[in-house]
Design a protein around this ligand. Structure first.
Ligand SMILES: Cc1cc2nc3c(=O)[nH]c(=O)nc-3n(C[C@H](O)[C@H](O)[C@H](O)COP(=O)(O)OP(=O)(O)OC[C@H]3O[C@@H](n4cnc5c(N)ncnc54)[C@H](O)[C@@H]3O)c2cc1C
Length: 347
């Protein structure tokens, strides 16, 4: 029995782990060169930072066991960031965070959040750099796979479904459900500063959705992410700001060349963002040494699609990912992968 899985984010990897444990053969097709999807870590100028998911929560014993038994490439275990998240409003006023929420561990690894995806992928057959554009389930039984599990974000999954030769009724039912999942965009900008601020919080979250910055985090607070004394701060921008500045902050050969030769080069939007960030922090950090921009077109789902409706069409097609949980959370995406694996009654 052979299952094809589209996407090597944590949902696809979690499903593949469970199916493989049952003796099924899984092949995961991943369009990028890495694994872990939006649980992503980047290494630049001797630092590394989590420019997608910032940390992982583990509210059940099974999730906690996964986190606690996962080590990163250096053999280090997960640790709780420990320091609190505070809040801010549209005017940039900062408030102490909720003690109950701050009591939950915020798990990370010295090598970054991406350690989780990398560890989960070990021993699995992941074909990197393969973009799936269509599937042909009528050929499945005779050919490569007996079932297909889709774990790409809903709009990308919908594009594959729309381009595939499927039963028209099944296709319409799936597309009607997938279109219910909408995503916020997010431009994530990381700045390195010559000074490291001393702050009572690890991160700030905008609670009234009225500020251009939705989340600000001290990546230098994470073990092993930045050399001592360097300030490493990631700003995740709100959806409206991200849409308005999407093209302006697109990587171009010219910006890439300038960043390679003059790391401190910032375009006008990044200069504005740097001032906004320093004013929110309330401390002078000096001129940025460099900045890194990541654009997430499908960052966080706002509204989800229904897990049961998607997974009840028969036809050997299955669906998992954070959008069936309705919230962009690593642990929820993992649980959706486990849940769909349980539903796939193959032997
Ligand atoms: C900026 C940001 C901050 C976040 N912060 C947090 C946080 O602090 N804590 C938290 O728990 N969660 C956070 N999240 C959400 C979390 O990262 C996601 O919910 C989770 O990683 C989703 O996993 P997934 O497997 O469902 O999808 P993904 O990680 O998106 O994986 C899907 C994979 O499918 C691949 N793919 C897409 N199309 C194709 C195709 N046609 N063919 C082959 N492969 C394809 C993609 O390349 C990707 O690797 C954040 C997300 C973002 C973007």
């Amino acid at each position: 029995m052979h299952i094809a899985i589209i996407g090597a984010g944590v949902a696809g990897l979690a499903a593949a782990q469970k199916l493989t444990e049952r003796g099924l053969t899984c092949t995961i097709y991943e369009k990028s060169q890495g694994v872990g999807g939006r649980a992503a870590t980047r290494r630049v100028h001797g630092c590394h930072f989590d420019h997608g998911a910032q940390y992982v929560k583990a509210p059940t014993p099974e999730l906690e066991a996964l986190v606690r038994t996962t080590t990163d490439s250096t053999g280090a275990s997960a640790y709780d960031i420990g320091r609190p998240v505070w809040t801010f409003d549209a005017q940039g006023r900062v408030y102490e965070g909720d003690p109950a929420q701050n009591a939950d561990p915020k798990w990370c690894w010295p090598a970054g959040v991406n350690a989780l995806g990398k560890a989960m992928a070990q021993g699995l057959d992941v074909r990197r750099g393969v973009t799936i554009a269509t599937v042909a389930p009528q050929d499945l039984a005779a050919g490569d796979a007996n079932a297909v599990l889709f774990t790409a974000p809903a709009p990308q999954t919908a594009a594959i479904i729309a381009a595939s030769r499927l039963d028209a009724g099944v296709q319409a039912q799936l597309l009607a459900e997938l279109v219910r999942a909408s995503y916020r965009r997010c431009i994530s900008v990381t700045f390195a500063y010559p000074r490291c601020p001393v702050l009572p919080w690890y991160a700030l979250v905008n609670t009234d959705r009225g500020h251009p910055i939705s989340w600000l985090a001290c990546e230098h607070d994470k073990t092993g992410h930045a050399p001592a004394g360097l300030g490493l701060i990631t700003a995740q921008m709100a959806h409206d700001w991200s849409v308005a500045h999407w093209d302006e902050l697109a990587p171009t050969p010219e910006t890439q060349r300038r960043r390679d030769t003059e790391p401190a080069f910032l375009n006008s939007q990044l200069l504005i963002l740097n001032s906004m960030l320093q004013s929110l922090i309330g401390q002078e950090l000096g001129e940025p040494l460099w900045a890194n921009v990541q654009r997430w077109r499908y960052a966080l789902p706002d509204a989800g699609a229904d897990f049961e409706r998607l997974n009840s069409c028969g036809s050997g097609l299955y669906f998992a990912g954070d959008y069936v949980a309705g919230q962009g959370r690593v642990h929820m995406a993992i649980e959706s992968g486990w849940r769909v694996a349980q539903l796939m009654k193959y032997e």
